[in-house]
Each structure stands twice: as structure tokens, then as C-alpha cells.
Design a protein around this ligand. Sequence first.
Ligand code: IPM
Ligand code: MG
Length: 374
Amino acid sequence: MNLKIAVLPGDGIGPEVVLQAKKALYAISVMFDHEFIFEDALIGAVAIDKTGTALPEQTLNLCLNTDVVLLGTVGDGDPKYDNNPDAQKRPSQAVLKLRKELGLFANKRPIKTYATLMHSSPLKREIIEGTDFIIFRELTGGIYFSDKSLNDEKNKATDVCEYSEEEITRITHLAFQAAQKRRNKVTMVDKANVLETSRLWRNVVQKVAYDYPDVELNFLFVDTAAMQLVLNPRQFDVILTENLFGDILSDEASAITGSIGLLASASFGTKKALFEPIHKSFPQAKGKNIANPIASIVSAAMLLEHFGLTEEAKLVHEAIEKAIEYNVVTLDLNPGTSFGTNEVGEFVSNFILNKDDLMYFNNDNVHIGQSTIV
Ligand code: IPM
Ligand code: MG
């Protein structure tokens, strides 16, 4: 298969973790005879610093004209921008604009525990063992994108939350179809005891559910869902929810697995798709070779799955599991580790390449066919 992949390394640890994902993809292309062409472009705080805008036109055009987007991380947490309420330009604007422009209305976040990492979770083993669910988060609607205002005195603000039946229907179908391939259970999370938009969600979801009689549907209020996630995460198969609730619950859910550095997400619509880690840009770790690259590598595996390259994706997952099993992991998973971002990435790539020496990898290979456009 030929794939043109837009790579947006972004801020903080983004460039170093996405490099490991590229290495894994390059190794897959060698082993399965695919051609993957990577093209890098700027996004986030680095793009603001260099071009004055978080999502330069050139970056957006690249994303519109390639088959798929691989994103590193975008700099919320950078004190100059997202943590400063008065900043006019924010790295996160780039993420939101990209989602909207590429029509990425569905965001899929799988949460699964690794058998060998139970001890890394703050939750008890008996609670988390066997946890395996997916959050389907609506990504281009709701309070994130509806009208916002701040009065002239700057002492009163509004964020409207709006949803249409069409927006709810399209992601609901995807969630039910995913459940059919899993354990046939959808949990819709909302706040229907308070919010009108939540009541619309319930009605629409119930209507769509008639098309999937084999899938069990139940409802939870978001506050209860937040509690149930840590009390009994095994009960969930597919969680379906709106934009803001999905954002909050997926960060909470990531704690179950022991490290947010393990989880990735896929965002897609009818045409385009984007893959990225769930974690943030972690500027304090930038350039120190300590960031966990696994989430980014998992995002590469999800990219392969998206294009039907199931065997290839399986091999990437297997390589990750081996790295964890051999304890070739970063600080977040083993405080006494002697391995860094690059070593974990090398191990994974070399496992894919079936090398005897799992610690050898020639970084130069990754740059084949790559051009930097901004
Ligand atoms: C996420 C992030 C984004 C969001 C930010 C960076 C705008 O937290 O992808 O979960 O809130 O959607
Ligand atoms: Mg988030």
C-alpha cells in the first residue's frame, strides 16, 4: 500500500515521540513492502512562534492533501499560551480547527490494561484487571464549537452548547458498529437530568439503537460515570458521549492503565483520519529522552488498522507488548529504568524488523522520502 502521511510533531515531547512512531511505521513498510511517505509540518506553539499562527495554511493544506495525519502533541501547558487566559493565540486552537476542517467528528479512545503493568496503576489490581473498553467521543460539536462571548466589561462570559440530531446520529452509528465487533454493549454518558442537549442525545441514541437489536444500550449520568470508571471499569464496553464529557472522562480513564503515556486516539470522519497520543506536550520533559513513546507508537498501530492493515497493526502491538514484558520502558513505568524514549522506539522497530540485536536501529532510515514543508 502507498500512503502519504502528514506528520505534525508539534510541541514539547511531540517531536521525540512521533519520531518513534515513524520508525515503527518505517519498519512495517520494510517488512510488508508498503511505501509510506512522511511529510512534516508545523502545528501548535512552535507554529505560533515561527509563523504567527497555530495552524498555518500550509499545514492545513498538507493535511487535506495527504491520506492521513499523524500528530505528536500540541502545547497546552506552555505557560506562554494555553495556561494564560489572556493569550490571543493558543496552540489548542490549531487542534480544534484541524478537527473541524478535516471533519473529524468521531474520536475513539481505547482503554485497555496491560497484564504486566497492573502494578503501575493507582487502582487495585482486582478492580482494573481485564478492563477493555473504548470511548467514542463526539469531536466537532457541543460547547467546544458553539457560540462564545465575553462582554465589554470582561466580567461575564458564555459558552453555548449546541447539538443537532445529525451530529448525534452519525457518531452513534459508529459506536454501535464498534460494539457489534466487541461485547455488544453501549453506555451513553450524559447529563439528561439537567441539560437539554443531553435529552436530545438520549432520544436520538434510542432511535438509532433500534437498528442494532443485538447491542445492549444503557445510560449513565456523567457524574455517576466518572465514579463508576474507577469503581468498576470492567463493566464498560463502548462508552458513547459528547465532546466535553468525552474529554474529561478519557483523561480519567487513562489513569486506570497506569500511565497516560500508553494511550492513543483515532479521530475520523467520512474522509480524513488523524492519529495521536492522548497525553499532552509535557514541556518539562522535552529533549530529555524520558518521554514514553508508546502512546505515539500505538497511534501508528491504529493508523495501520484504519487502512485495513490488520497483520501490520498486530505486529506493532506485539512489539510494544514485548518491550513492556522485557521492561524496555521509560521512567513513568519503571523509575529505575536505563531506557529512554529513543531506546524504547528502537526496540519496537527492531522487533518489527526481526533484528537479532533489538537495541540496534538506524535512525537515518526514517528520513527517507521525507520533506519538511514549513
Ligand atoms: C484532547 C485535548 C484537547 C481537547 C485540547 C488540546 C484542545 O485535551 O484531545 O483531549 O480538549 O479536546
Ligand atoms: Mg483532553
